[in-house]
Design a protein around this ligand. Structure first.
Ligand code: IPE
Ligand code: IPE
Ligand code: MG
Length: 256
């Protein structure tokens, strides 16, 4: 069963966000500050991923979604793109068994068609191996674009419902089961490192009511303590989903 949109119902949100989505930005600047090649930053970025996955498990996060490569990142120099592909492949080779040992379900969203065949094979094998794990769902967004996701969802919806092509109105929620991440609830908390305050074509649809958190920390410096700061900020937010503060507090009192 795909998840319903959070704008339809008020989702239960405890102290710990159930779904955290992160734009891991700043690897290049981290390296530049140290007069190192950009690849050194990407390498350290992989270590920050490890630390973040561990910290999320310890804190009871159920879904962690990491933006690793955007559909626009092909615009980078060919050498950097190829290094990123190598790093992704190596991480798949080295980490998947560990993910499985830790009961992590591994998923990749994005258009993998342009990726080297070895990566596609490893991704398919990793997804199959970990499909029944339930502790944390780790999604890597690779060659992912939010707009492409929405356009593809519409295309798949109409392929399934040819009669709807002439329908006068399309309810937005009919598309949600067709989005790449229909297996997950919408993110509760979005984090972007690296100081930039933009979405960069990440999960456009799903971020409609997500709490946004930006930090100047560069991704290779992100760790459990940084995650806790983000969670602390999250805990102090009031998620209203269009309602008034009074309504939200009355509903919370009723639940308690
Ligand atoms: C994020 O770090 C990693 C990817 C986009 C693959 P960047 O490589 O964008 O680092 P900056 O933004 O140049 O510092
Ligand atoms: C966003 O980072 C994508 C990833 C982290 C994979 P970018 O560094 O590519 O974003 P822009 O280009 O600065 O918006
Ligand atoms: Mg960047």
């Amino acid at each position: 069963m795909p998840f319903k949109s959070s704008t339809a119902d008020i989702p239960q949100t405890g102290n710990v966000p159930r779904h955290v989505a992160i734009i891991m930005d700043g690897n290049g600047r981290w390296a530049k500050q140290r007069l190192l090649p950009r690849v050194a930053g990407h390498r350290r970025g992989v270590e920050a991923v490890r630390a973040t996955v561990r910290a999320c498990i310890e804190r009871g996060v159920e879904y962690l979604t990491l933006f690793a490569f955007s559909s626009e990142n092909w615009r980078r120099p060919a050498e950097e793109v190829s290094i990123l592909m190598d790093l992704f492949l190596r991480a798949l080779e080295q980490e998947v068994a560990k993910l499985h040992d830790n009961s992590i379900r591994f998923k990749v969203v994005g258009e993998l068609g342009r990726f080297p065949a070895r990566i596609r094979e490893h991704v398919a094998a990793a997804e199959a191996l970990t499909a029944r794990n339930a502790r944390l769902t780790l999604t890597i967004a690779a060659n992912y674009g939010g707009r492409q996701d929405i356009a593809q969802a519409a295309q798949r919806y109409f392929a399934d419902h040819p009669e709807a092509v002439d329908a006068p109105v399309i309810a937005p929620d009919v598309l949600t089961p067709y989005l790449a991440m229909s297996y997950a609830p919408e993110p509760d908390l979005f984090i972007r490192t690296g100081g930039e305050q933009r979405i960069s074509n990440f999960l456009l649809w799903q971020l409609a009511y997500t709490e946004l958190y930006f930090t100047d920390l560069l991704w290779p410096d992100f760790d459990a303590a940084a995650l806790d700061l983000a969670f602390e900020s999250y805990r102090n937010r009031e998620r209203r989903f269009g309602r008034t503060s009074e309504q939200v507090r009355a509903a919370a009192a009723q639940d308690a």
